[in-house]
Design a protein around this ligand. Structure first.
Ligand SMILES: NC(=O)C1=CN([C@@H]2O[C@H](COP(=O)(O)OP(=O)(O)OC[C@H]3O[C@@H](n4cnc5c(N)ncnc54)[C@H](O)[C@@H]3O)[C@@H](O)[C@H]2O)[C@@H](O)CC1
Ligand SMILES: [K+]
Length: 501
């Protein structure tokens, strides 16, 4: 796992690296700037293009000034540096780098309070105004400058973080923040980069390593972790000789209405393809032909109108409930029966989440270690409206602990929030997967993993990862515009076996 740090912890990691590597702060800045430039020159090879580097007077600005010198050394011909002298303060590292730059033949402008803004058009703007040192929303001259830069037609490349964007904490939707086409960030993504509020400000993200002390970073024991492929490889269990379907558990998927049988078919198919030994779907009577046609491997328990089906609950290893189930009285009765009859972790999705939201009394019957898989609207229905994703993370943390459950908050970087206050950000998936039914597939996968005796935490972490990875394997190399859930399901066993190779 890659620990994700708060801005204050990043400062600690910088200071620790400076003191213990040891390396002078100016040399660490040199290393960071070099890492930026290494990526930049490979992707922007046109040395005649106008490049304007906007620098503050802190260490982000220090990076900018060092980057200007390095680009000059690489032979970039049309550089200009604009220093925002909006405050009388500057860091030593900035001052030293500015002195070094002044020895070169690079046009340099100092902008002071009230000055007219320089004209920019075409070309590239490198934003090194403010970085992780941001401590309040932009106002005054900084705000005016960033608003102006947002209005010009240039490619915006931000150093470490777009100016005005907080690395963690709440993002005000009305704040002025630089809209970067590309952010080249140091060491690791900042936590807010993984939340949807970063969408308008970060077109594309690139992480470059600057050699901060990784042992120290791990010792900070951050609750925010980014899941990496090696974690999944370590967690996935091989199938052994002399095992049989009984070894891999029996999952019951309670889903579908006559109009939403697709959800039941997708979640139960996904469960079978993700390796459950046996999968049974509890579906409406008139969905039976569809199920038998679509996935003969899946068994059925038929729901007759208003009648509770007769289910031998203990024989199932796990239950997933909700996809396309509806919220009518019969569905509520069935959901209530499941919670009363089953004490192992269950997967609660879609309409089951909505029923829980409107019948909070049911919470006390939710088995410990159960997994809820809300998208943002379901999350807010369950726990109230939220103004920001940061707030949602805090609520999720409290509620997961309170009810002893896992909350899988679905998004680009789906977040698993655990009862012990950890946040696992998933690192796979792509926009081609944004289509109806994808969530039903995820529910089926997580149920399959629970059936195969993975812990609830691992079922969430692995489930999210393989779901997104299968989508990546289909969409990215083939440049697919959309990946349909049904196609993704058949990729799952391939994805899983590759991760075990
Ligand atoms: N040794 C280090 O600490 C390293 C730092 N690096 C760079 O340093 C950056 C952080 O530098 P700093 O901590 O100096 O901070 P910044 O350069 O982000 O900001 C400079 C100063 O601006 C002021 N400020 C904050 N919010 C403001 C606002 N809204 N309006 C006006 N002024 C505001 C603060 O006093 C802050 O210290 C990172 O983003 C990264 O680019 C890298 O060079 C890697 C090494
Ligand atoms: K910046």
């Amino acid at each position: 796992m890659l620990p994700l740090l708060l801005a204050s912890q990043i400062r600690e990691a910088d200071a620790h690296t400076v003191a213990h590597e040891p390396i002078a702060s100016i040399d660490l800045m040199e290393r960071a700037s070099k890492a930026f430039v290494g990526w930049f020159v490979n992707h922007f090879p046109d040395k005649n293009k106008n490049i304007a580097i906007y620098c503050g007077t802190g260490n982000n600005g220090g990076d900018g000034v060092a980057i200007a010198r390095m680009l000059y050394d690489h032979g970039y011909e049309a550089l200009s540096v604009k220093i925002a002298r909006f405050s009388s303060r500057s860091t030593d590292e900035f001052d030293k780098n500015l002195a070094r730059l002044k020895r070169l033949d690079v046009p340099l402008t100092e902008m002071e309070n009230g000055d007219d803004l320089p004209e920019e058009s075409n070309g590239i703007v490198i934003d090194a105004l403010l970085g992780t040192g941001l401590n309040k929303p932009l106002e005054g001259e900084y705000e005016k400058l960033v608003k102006y830069l947002n209005s010009v037609k240039c490619t915006m490349v931000a150093v470490d973080i777009p100016t005005g964007f907080f690395a963690d904490g709440e993002i005000d939707p009305d704040a002025t923040i630089l809209k970067a086409d590309l952010v080249i960030t140091f060491q690791q993504p900042k936590i807010n980069f993984l939340l949807p509020e970063s969408g308008p400000y970060i077109g594309c993200l690139e992480v470059v390593h600057i050699g901060l002390d990784e042992k120290f970073i791990r010792s900070l024991n951050s609750p925010y972790q980014l899941v990496e492929e090696k974690d999944i490889r370590a967690k996935l269990k091989h199938r052994k000789r002399f095992t049989n379907k009984g070894t891999y558990g029996h999952a019951l998927i309670i889903a579908g209405q006559p109009e939403t049988m697709g959800a039941a078919l997708l979640s139960s198919s996904a469960c079978a393809y993700a390796g459950a030994g046996l999968t049974t779907a509890c579906i409406p009577e008139n969905g039976l032909i569809a199920l038998n046609n679509h996935q003969p491997e899946v068994m059925a328990i038929v729901r007759k109108e208003k009648e509770l089906p007769d289910v031998d609950w203990p024989k199932f290893s796990t239950i997933a409930i909700g996809p396309g189930l509806g919220k009518d009285a019969a569905s509520l009765k069935l959901f209530t029966r499941v919670l009363a009859s089953f004490d192992r972790p269950v997967v609660i999705d879609a309409d089951a989440i909505n029923m829980l939201a409107s019948n909070p009394d049911l919470w006390k019957h939710v088995p410990k270690g159960s997994i809820l898989t809300p998208h943002v609207k379901e999350f807010d229905r369950l726990f109230g409206e939220h103004k920001s994703w940061w707030q949602r993370l805090q609520t999720g943390k409290q509620q997961a602990k309170n009810y002893d459950v896992y909350i899988v908050l679905k998004n680009d970087y789906t977040i698993t929030i655990t009862p012990v206050e950890k946040f696992y950000f998933n690192s796979t998936s792509n926009a081609a997967m944004a289509s109806g039914g994808m969530g039903d597939v995820l529910t089926g996968i997580i149920a399959a993993l629970l059936a195969q005796k993975y812990s609830s935490e691992d079922a969430c972490i692995i489930g999210n990862y393989i779901h997104g990875k299968a989508g990546d394997e289909l969409a990215l190399p083939n440049r697919m515009y959309a990946v349909l859930p049904g196609r993704l399901i058949t990729q799952l066993p391939v994805t899983m076996v590759k991760l075990m190779a």
